[in-house]
Write a protein of this length. Structure first.
Length: 576
C-alpha cells in the first residue's frame, strides 16, 4: 500500500522497500500490545455489568450456550451471531456468576481488541513510514474511539476493527505476492467476519470476487482456488453456527429485516434512503476520525485517477472502496425508519474501517504528501457529506429522537448529546484536520503527543458522559442453583421494548431457562422461585401481581427506562 500515498513513482530509480521492523521489533510490538490491553482495562475498570441491551446480553447468552450452559428465549430480537461469542466461551469455564462472567468477557475483548495496535503498525509501515515513526503513531491511533469505545463492552464491534484490518493486510499480501498462505488467511478472516456480524457478508462477497478474478492468472490460480475453498468452508461453518444458535436461542425466529431490505432496494425512495444513510455514515466516520479519515478517503479515491499507479494499488483501492460502499449501503438499506436521528448519520457500521482510513490519512500527513489541495478536498468531503445529509433529512434531524449513544464522537465534537449539531461537528472536524496538517512541521513526536492526548481525552469524556451513567448492577434473581424462573407474557405486549427486559433477565438467570407464564391466570407451577412481571404505570409495585402465591415478596427493578417487578418465594433456599 505504499503507492497509495506516493504522488508519483520514480522513473529512473526503484522505489524504496518498505521499512523493516527495527531491532527488538517483535518484543516491542508485544510490549505495545500489552500496554494497550492495560489501558483498555483501566478505561473499563468501573464496569461490572452490561450497559447496552439487548446487544451485550445477546452475545453473552450465546457464549453461555456454546459453553454448554442453559439457553434463553430471545425470539423477536436481533440475531447476535456466534463468531464473537466463541471468543467469550472461556469466560464461562470458571463459573456462571454473571458479574464474574462479564469481567472475564471484558478481559477477553481487551486482549483481542488491543491487537489493533500491531496491525496498525504494519499498516503504517506498508504506507511507507519508518518503523521508529510507525510505532508511536500506531499506538496513539489505535486508541481512537471507533476502535476502542465499543471494545470496553461485550460487543462484536470491539473485535471487528481487528478482523477488518487483519483481513485488509492479508489481502494486500495476497495481491502483491499471490502466496497460498496469504490466500488461506484472507479466506479464513472473511469467513470469520461473516460469523461475527452480518457486515461480514460484504467482506465475503468482495473476497470471492478478488479470488475469482485471480483464477484467470496462471501463477495465481492455485492460491486463488485455495482461497475460494477456504472462503466456502469457513462461510459454511459460519452459517451453520449461526443457524444452530438461532434455533436454540430464537425458537420463534429472530428479528427479520429482509422485508425492509427488499422494500428499500425495489423503490426509488428506498434507494435514496440507503444512499443518503450511507453518505451519513461516511460523514460520521470522517468526522469521528478527527478529519484524518477524510484525508485517507480522498487519498484512496485519488489513486483511481492517478497515472502510472501500480496494478496492486489499484486492486487494493478497489477492495477497500467496495467494502466501504457495500457496508454503508447494505447496512442502511436493511435499516427500518425508527424515527431516530441515527438513521441518517450513524458511524458504528463503518467503525471497523475507520482506523484504516485514519492511518492512511496519518501517513499522508507524516510523509508530507498532503498539500493545500488535498486538505481542501478532505474538508470539502466532510462538508459535502454533511450538506447531503442535512438536505435529505431536513427537519427530521430536529424532530426525530436523538440518542446520544448513536453519536459518541459526533456528539463530542458538536458539544451536545441532546441534539445533532452538524455544522459545529463539521467545523471542529475540519479544524482538527488542519491542525494535524500544521503539526507535521513540528515532527512526529509532536504529532504523536497531540493524537494521544486527543484520543485519551475523548475516551475519558465518552466514558463519563455516555457509558458510566448507563451502568446498573446485574439484577439479582432468586432461584439459583435449582429454582425455576418465569417471565410474564405481558412483558411482550405492555412494554415498549420487551427485549430490554428479556435480555437482562436472560443473562442474569444463568442456571436455567426462564419460562413464560400468564400472571393473570394464577401462580406458576411447582419448583418456581421467582417471577418477573410487568409494572404498568399508575399502580404500586405491590399491586402488580394480585394472583401471586401467598407469602411471596417483591423487589423493584428498572432497566433503561423500562419498569418491572421481581416477585420471589422467600422459602426457596436461594432466597434466604
Amino acid at each position: 500500500m505504499t503507492g497509495l500515498i506516493a504522488t508519483e513513482r520514480p522513473r529512473t530509480q526503484p522505489s524504496s522497500p518498505p521499512s523493516r521492523p527495527f531491532l527488538w521489533g517483535p518484543w516491542l510490538l508485544v510490549l505495545g500490545w500489552a500496554s494497550q490491553v492495560i489501558v483498555r482495562l483501566i478505561l473499563s475498570q468501573w464496569q461490572d455489568a452490561p450497559i447496552i441491551f439487548p446487544d451485550e446480553s445477546g452475545y453473552l447468552v450465546a457464549a453461555r450456550w456454546l459453553a454448554g450452559g442453559p439457553v434463553a428465549d430471545l425470539s423477536g430480537s436481533t440475531l447476535y451471531q456466534g463468531g464473537y461469542s466463541l471468543l467469550l466461551v472461556p469466560a464461562y469455564l470458571f463459573g456462571s456468576d454473571p458479574e464474574v462472567v462479564y469481567r472475564g468477557a471484558r478481559i477477553i475483548t481487551a486482549l483481542v481488541s488491543a491487537g489493533i495496535f500491531p496491525l496498525a503498525y504494519f499498516m503504517l509501515v506498508r504506507c511507507g513510514l519508518r518503523s521508529l515513526h510507525a510505532y508511536p503513531l500506531a499506538w496513539a491511533a489505535a486508541l481512537i474511539p471507533a476502535s476502542t469505545f465499543f471494545g470496553l463492552t461485550a460487543l462484536a464491534d470491539g473485535v471487528l476493527p481487528v478482523v477488518m484490518l487483519g483481513w485488509l493486510l492479508a489481502m494486500d499480501r495476497f495481491v502483491r505476492h499471490e502466496t497460498p498462505t496469504a490466500a488461506a488467511l484472507v479466506g479464513a478472516l472473511a469467513g470469520y467476519a461473516l460469523a461475527v456480524h452480518l457486515r461480514g457478508s460484504v467482506v465475503v462477497a468482495v473476497t470471492g470476487l478478488v479470488m475469482a478474478a485471480y483464477l484467470v492468472r496462471g501463477r495465481a490460480r492455485p492460491s486463488a482456488l485455495l482461497g475460494l475453498a477456504i472462503i466456502a468452508g469457513t462461510s459454511a461453518a459460519a452459517l451453520t453456527l449461526n443457524s444452530r444458535l438461532a434455533d436454540a436461542l430464537y425458537p420463534d425466529g429472530p428479528l427479520d429485516l429482509s422485508a425492509v431490505l427488499r422494500a428499500h432496494l425495489s423503490a426509488f425512495d428506498g434507494q435514496m434512503w440507503a444512499i443518503s444513510g450511507g453518505v451519513g455514515q461516511v460523514w460520521a466516520m470522517t468526522a469521528g476520525t478527527w478529519g484524518l479519515g477524510a484525508l485517507g478517503l480522498i487519498t484512496v479515491v485519488t489513486v483511481l485517477f492517478r497515472g502510472r499507479t501500480p496494478r496492486e494499488d489499484r486492486i487494493m483501492v478497489g477492495v477497500l472502496l467496495l467494502v466501504t460502499i457495500g457496508t454503508a449501503y447494505a447496512s442502511t438499506a436493511a435499516l427500518p425508519d425508527e424515527h431516530r436521528v441515527g438513521n441518517f448519520a450513524y458511524g458504528r457500521y463503518l467503525a471497523g474501517l475507520a482506523l484504516v482510513y485514519m492511518l492512511i490519512g496519518l501517513a499522508v500527513v507524516v510523509r508530507k504528501k498532503a498539500g493545500g489541495r488535498e486538505i481542501l478536498a478532505a474538508v470539502a468531503l466532510i462538508c459535502g457529506a454533511a450538506l447531503w445529509v442535512a438536505v435529505y433529512a431536513g427537519s427530521r434531524l430536529r424532530t426525530h429522537d436523538f440518542i446520544g449513544w448513536d453519536f459518541p464522537e459526533v456528539g463530542l465534537l458538536g458539544g451536545s448529546y441532546d441534539k445533532l449539531r452538524m455544522p459545529v461537528t463539521t467545523a471542529v472536524a475540519c479544524a482538527l484536520l488542519v491542525m494535524w496538517w500544521g503539526l507535521r512541521r513540528w515532527g512526529v513526536q509532536k504529532l504523536f503527543t497531540a493524537l494521544l492526548v486527543v484520543n485519551l481525552c475523548a475516551m475519558t469524556v465518552l466514558i463519563g458522559v455516555l457509558a458510566a451513567p448507563r451502568a446498573k448492577p446485574i439484577p439479582s434473581i432468586p432461584g439459583g442453583p435449582t429454582g425455576g424462573v418465569v417471565l410474564d407474557r405481558r412483558l411482550l405486549t405492555e412494554v415498549h421494548v420487551p427485549s430490554l427486559v428479556v435480555s437482562r433477565i436472560a443473562f442474569a438467570v444463568s442456571w436455567t431457562k426462564a419460562e413464560w407464564f400468564d400472571s393473570r391466570q394464577g401462580p406458576p407451577g411447582p419448583g418456581v422461585c421467582a417471577a418477573v412481571v410487568v409494572w404498568p404505570a399508575g399502580i404500586l409495585a405491590q399491586d402488580t401481581w394480585p394472583e401471586r402465591p401467598p407469602g411471596w415478596q417483591f423487589k423493584r427493578a428498572q432497566g433503561n427506562g423500562t419498569w418491572w417487578v421481581i416477585w420471589y418465594d422467600p422459602a426457596c433456599p436461594s432466597a434466604r
